[in-house]
Design a protein around this ligand. Structure first.
Ligand code: SF4
Ligand code: SF4
Length: 93
């Protein structure tokens, strides 16, 4: 969904680019009606940049719970274990 700022001058430049014709001028300001497909074409068309995207639902994403960090025990970090016969990194050429 787009939002048209209060500073809109009603120049109608945005109306010309909207592919679904949901923009119109009412009382010298642009308004958007239902049916906007969020294509974003009107945003760069505005000479004074008063059109912006707004999320349809203003959900607060930052409140999403994060999982507790996993603590790795020292015992399981021993990476120098003998690899056996499968280890070819030390073989001479
Ligand atoms: S985002 Fe696209 S469909 Fe929506 S008002 Fe702007 S130009 Fe029209
Ligand atoms: S292009 Fe911008 S200033 Fe012109 S009518 Fe659309 S929103 Fe308003």
């Amino acid at each position: 969904m787009i939002k048209i700022g209060e500073l809109c001058t009603g120049c109608a430049a945005c109306l010309l680019v909207c592919p679904v014709s949901v923009l119109s001028i009412e009382k010298t300001k642009a308004v958007v009606s239902d049916g906007c497909i969020d294509c974003g074409l009107c945003i760069p068309a505005c000479p004074i940049s008063v059109i912006q995207f707004v999320p349809k639902e203003s959900k607060k994403v930052e409140e999403k719970k994060r999982p507790e960090p996993t603590i790795i025990k020292e015992e399981s970090k021993k990476g120098d274990e003998v690899n056996g016969e499968g280890n070819t990194s030390n073989s001479r050429v």
